[in-house]
Design a protein around this ligand. Structure first.
Ligand code: CAA
Length: 257
């Protein structure tokens, strides 16, 4: 069975991490599977939204610690480096990625979640960067994205203590967009995917670029960047249709190709 399974349905790419016996821990096959998902989304313009979730009681419990102990230093390190690169590519995709966190999102699992555009958590979910307990540090963007999301000092505390936090606490810190009943998790993810799908794909792509790339710039550069993307959106056929539809009091029919 593949470590990462995916299927496209009505414009949504449903992705499931599928190593429940190891709490969906990240090994070479897992990273290869995630790369395949990113390539698929990039090459198939019918995909409008991606939803990631995990099989069993974990979203993903991080890097496969057995791989760390059994493989060569080189294989283990290069697997995590490769994960980091795939996450950057996922962030750069034109389509939004929703993480539906069904359980543990620890170490690399929390890093995957943070590279997604929206995080919806089951009330059973928990988050953390426990690498410090293994004598290592996060290696796929964890220290950097966490500090930018929850703030410098809280990120420092979480990475230094390895403490695990609940979905509610993650929500309070702004790490999670919403917390939902466990049984409603996938319905909520679908609802969010449908809302995004109803928008202009071009505007969705520009929002994603403006927020994600702008976030990595200084404020002044970010505002200039947004201004350029706004000009692009403003001269697009979807803008013409969206504005016309509002004036004519009808639903906009955005381009689908
Ligand atoms: N790697 C490999 N196997 C793992 C794993 C991991 N990260 N996490 C859990 N497993 C395995 C366990 O070894 C166990 O397997 P066996 O049944 O064969 O013993 C199985 O999954 C179930 O796990 P537990 O019995 O431990 O389940 P639990 O409910 O008692 O505890 C847990 C759950 C708190 C998540 C605990 O499993 C745990 O602490 N896991 C490790 C989490 C961790 O440290 N992650 C960080 C990894 S390093 C990293 O991610 C670096 C990076 O930046 C990418």
């Amino acid at each position: 069975m593949a470590a990462v399974e995916y299927r496209e349905e009505d414009g949504v790419l449903w992705v499931k991490f599928n190593r429940p016996e190891a709490l969906n821990a990240i090994n070479k096959d897992f990273v290869k599977g995630l790369r395949e998902v990113v390539d698929y989304a990039r090459n198939n313009k019918t995909v409008r939204v991606i939803v990631l979730t995990g099989e069993g009681k974990a979203f993903c419990a991080g890097a496969d610690i057995k791989m760390f102990s059994e493989s060569s230093h080189f294989v283990a390190r290069s697997t995590i480096e490769e994960l980091g690169k795939v996450l950057e590519e996922m962030e750069d995709l034109e389509v939004p990625v929703i993480a539906a966190i069904n359980g543990f999102a620890l170490g690399g699992g929390c890093e995957i979640a943070m590279a997604c555009d929206i995080i919806i958590a089951s009330e059973r979910a928990s988050f953390g960067q426990p690498e410090i307990n293994l004598g290592i540090i996060p290696g796929a963007g964890g220290t950097q994205r966490l500090a930018r999301i929850v703030g410098w000092k809280k990120a420092m505390e979480l990475c230094l203590t390895g403490e695990r936090i609940s979905a509610e606490e993650a929500y309070r810190l702004g790490l999670v967009n919403k917390v939902v009943e466990h049984d409603k998790l996938m319905d909520e993810a679908k609802k969010m995917a449908e809302v995004i799908k109803s928008k202009s794909p071009y505007a969705v792509m520009l929002v994603k670029q403006a927020v994600n790339r702008g976030f990595k710039m200084g404020l002044r550069d970010g505002i200039m960047y947004e201004r350029d993307l706004f000009a692009l959106s403003f001269s697009s056929p979807d803008a013409e249709e969206g504005i016309k539809a509002f004036v004519e009091k009808r639903k906009a029919d955005f381009r689908r190709e």
